[in-house]
Design a protein around this ligand. Structure first.
Ligand code: SF4
Ligand code: SF4
Length: 417
């Protein structure tokens, strides 16, 4: 965790300490101390929820710039499917892909193409016997990190297959070297055009793989205007896209699950809804399901904070774009076995940041202390203490990070006495 490079950051100079963000952080990673927010890095999953909530734009996402990679000989763009929903009046996605080439990329590899391959791999994998049920999609990195932190008992339910972004990067590199034998792997730079900070963070701190094949992440809203001006001058775009309906559907919630040809699935979006579903899965009430798709952002990836367009408008545009497309343009023959290279190469581990102690007895003792302190607090969850709830303040006190005097109601009572 020490070398973890978060995408979501706080600009202390803008923060007014209003406490808006602390209550909705899904991992209780934010406190207000000394008049401004403080993010506990070990707990932050880069979901971007606090970026949406802050009325003073004090929370921001860090991302890369295209210019930072100018030294590479060969640059490949990996457009997220959500990018296709950002532009009005398109007949096909080819003009976006061609515009990316005109922005300075040497090649484009659609993440939606890799998504169709992941769909094929998942359909095969899900048929294996003895798998934990339900399997949970590992495509949204914020959800994977949420599970590792708050639902460690469900880590084994995560689908252990490479997410589309990683598969796309690996395939794009291999294709580039095949087409340009003079290139070495070090000459190639793969840049993901991201709809959200969670995926930018994934590139810097991959989960399930030792090292990501992606070099950097650009934000959709950063490249949008450049792309739009290139698209205006495009009369006859090159035919580049190799994606069908399934690949485009991955941009929205339910797109991954519905493509699996099974009716035993559930798809939820929005971090709070996802937490409710994970609670149910943890309680064992969803074992009849085969697959659960969860997206931290409302609407799925089209709802990410680095997009330009309203997620519902983006979804409507994607619907019209896919009208004349085949179901899928990337299939694998049934006879082909599932290769080891499509699986994660490292296990996803629990994140101990939320644990009270690695010692079971000590953890139980601390839980009791928290409950005792909590009983003595006013249960108003007002946030004035800088913690998201009275229970979180009790936990902070037991962890030695706050004192009972942080509660202004108790402090006033003591002063009056
Ligand atoms: S919402 Fe959070 S980051 Fe924004 S001003 Fe309020 S306390 Fe600061
Ligand atoms: S990005 Fe998400 S997890 Fe991190 S501090 Fe903001 S709301 Fe909390």
């Amino acid at each position: 965790m020490l070398n973890y490079k978060h995408s979501v950051t706080l600009d202390v100079t803008r923060c007014k300490g209003c406490t808006n963000c602390i209550k909705r952080c899904p991992t209780e990673a934010i406190r207000v101390r000394n008049g401004h927010a403080v993010i506990t890095e070990e707990r932050c999953i880069d979901c971007g929820e606090c970026i949406r909530l802050c009325p003073y734009q004090a929370k921001k996402a860090r991302y890369d710039s295209f210019e930072a990679f100018s030294d590479y000989k060969y640059k490949i763009a990996l457009p997220a499917p959500a990018l296709y929903g950002q532009f009005a009046d398109l007949d096909s996605v080819d003009s976006i892909l061609d515009a990316l080439l005109r922005c300075g990329f040497d090649a484009v590899y659609e993440v939606s193409k890799a998504a169709e391959l992941v769909t094929e791999h998942t359909r095969r994998y899900i048929k294996r016997k003895g798998l934990p049920k339900p399997l949970i999609s590992s495509a949204c990195p914020a959800i994977v990190r949420l599970i590792a932190l708050r639902f460690p008992s469900l880590v084994d339910n995560l689908l252990p297959l490479m997410p589309p972004i990683e598969l796309a990067a690996r395939n794009a590199r291999a294709e580039a070297m095949e087409r340009n034998p003079e290139l070495s792997d070090d000459d190639i730079c793969v840049l993901f055009i991201s709809p959200c900070p969670a995926k930018i963070s994934y590139i810097k701190n991959p989960v399930g793989v030792q090292k990501s094949a992606v070099n950097g992440g650009l934000a959709i809203n950063d490249i949008y205007f450049k792309l739009r001006s290139e698209m205006k001058n495009l009369k006859d775009p090159k035919l580049i896209s190799e994606t069908g309906i399934i690949g485009l559907n991955w941009a929205g919630s339910g797109g991954e699950a519905t493509s699996l040809l099974s009716d035993k699935y559930l798809a939820a979006d929005g971090i709070e809804n996802c937490i409710k579903v994970l609670d149910e899965v943890e309680n064992g009430t969803m074992h009849e399901l085969e697959f659960v798709e969860l997206n931290a952002c409302i609407g799925g990836c089209v709802g990410g904070t680095l997009n330009v367009e309203n997620p519902f408008v983006a979804k409507a545009r994607l619907r019209s774009l896919r009208k004349y497309l085949p179901v899928s343009q990337n299939t694998i023959p049934d006879s082909e076995a599932l290769g080891e290279d499509v699986f994660y190469d490292v296990d996803i581990e629990e994140n101990p940041a939320a644990a009270l102690s690695s010692d079971r007895f000590e953890a139980i003792t601390k839980m009791r202390e928290i409950e005792e302190i909590y009983q003595g607090l006013p249960h108003l969850d007002c946030g004035s203490c800088g913690a998201p709830s009275c229970h979180a303040l009790a936990e902070d006190i037991v962890r030695g990070e706050a004192s009972i005097d942080n509660c202004i109601i108790r402090l006033r009572e003591r002063a009056e006495k």
